[in-house]
Design a protein around this ligand. Structure first.
Ligand code: GDP
Length: 305
């Protein structure tokens, strides 16, 4: 996972191993390795530039503390590598953080709504099921609305997920998605559910008809949270998609899927910085329990090894 991003930091570590002083030359050489791998991983160009500049500013000209207290409370000598990696860790965390996994739902028992948006194939339907599973575990009563009417398989797919999770699925053939969403809320009230999750339609690329439809679903039901599901494998493309969805819909956050595959990591590192909106969860596999809360600290740790 995230092998491409990790590569640059690994070569920087090798370069700094055994060095006692963090000279400007060493910092520049290490940052060159990192810059190449971040660009290769499809991190947005401006984000790479900013990250490199921040690390350089902190690493050059700072007096390296000679000791550091580790987790066990032991004091140990700090090498140039420890110091440099700590700066990288802090900056990676700052780029992706702070942690924000809140779904801004109303208290249990009052009806809330989550609207799931994203391009076709991003993992939107699967993630809607995963989120319902998570809400069930929190003691909520979800209802799923199948509003992806252009891909009949999506309605069936959601029904199968609903059966598996024992969660009701609302769908009425012949209705347009904004009306389906509205009636889904009514169905949730009737069935004493307290969270509606709307699985909206995706397209292969953003188009005007898709955006207009999503805007009218939003204005019909006023969901508490709008989440964009995006495929982490797609890199800079998903960042452009995210920015456009955010401009039109005012997103509350993102769920990045397929982080268990060979995602290059570009989206994970760029989305927050580019849109200002947080990544809330990561999809780590196809099954319903493979949804992790997004921890910038944890991902920074995984990247740095
Ligand atoms: P939608 O068109 O956006 O609704 O996408 P789907 O939910 O149908 O997902 C598309 C494909 O991606 C399916 O084969 C899913 O099983 C798969 N998928 C979704 N999320 C993940 C994930 O986190 N990891 C992996 N490996 N596959 C996923």
């Amino acid at each position: 996972m995230l092998e491409t991003v990790t590569k640059g930091f690994r070569s920087a570590k090798n370069r700094l191993a055994g060095k006692s002083e963090l000279t400007p030359e060493l910092v520049d050489e290490s940052l060159r390795d990192i810059r190449v791998s971040l660009l290769e991983a499809d991190v947005a160009f401006d984000v790479v530039k900013k990250f490199v500049a921040r690390v350089r500013e902190k690493a050059v000209g700072e007096v390296v503390q000679t000791t550091l207290t580790d987790k066990a409370g032991q004091k140990r000598k700090v090498s140039a590598m420890d110091h440099f990696i700590k700066i990288c860790h802090d900056e990676l965390e700052a780029l992706m953080g702070p942690v924000d996994t809140s779904l801004a739902l109303k208290p249990k028992g009052q009806l809330s709504g989550i609207m799931m948006v994203g391009l076709q194939g991003s993992g939107k339907t699967t993630t809607t099921g995963k989120l319902a599973n998570r809400l069930l575990k929190e003691g909520r009563k979800p209802l799923l609305v199948a509003a992806d009417i252009y891909r009949p398989a999506a309605v069936d797919q959601l029904k199968v997920l609903g059966e598996r999770l024992k969660v009701p699925v609302y769908h009425e053939p012949g209705l347009q998605p904004p009306e389906l969403a509205k009636r889904g809320y009514a169905a949730a009230r009737e069935q004493k559910c307290d969270v509606v999750l709307i699985d909206t339609a995706g397209r292969l690329a953003i188009d005007e008809a898709l955006m207009t439809e999503l805007e009218s679903i939003k204005s019909n039901v006023h969901p508490d949270t709008i989440l964009l599901v995006c495929d982490a494998m797609i890199g800079q493309d998903s960042v452009r998609t995210a920015a456009e969805f955010d401009r039109r819909l005012g997103l509350d956050g993102f769920i990045l899927t397929k982080l268990d595959g060979d995602a290059r990591g570009g989206a994970a590192l760029s989305i927050k910085e580019v849109t200002g909106k947080p990544i809330k969860f990561l999809g780590m596999g196809e099954s319903m329990d493979k949804l992790e809360e997004f921890r910038p600290d944890g991902l920074a740790g995984r990247i740095l090894g």
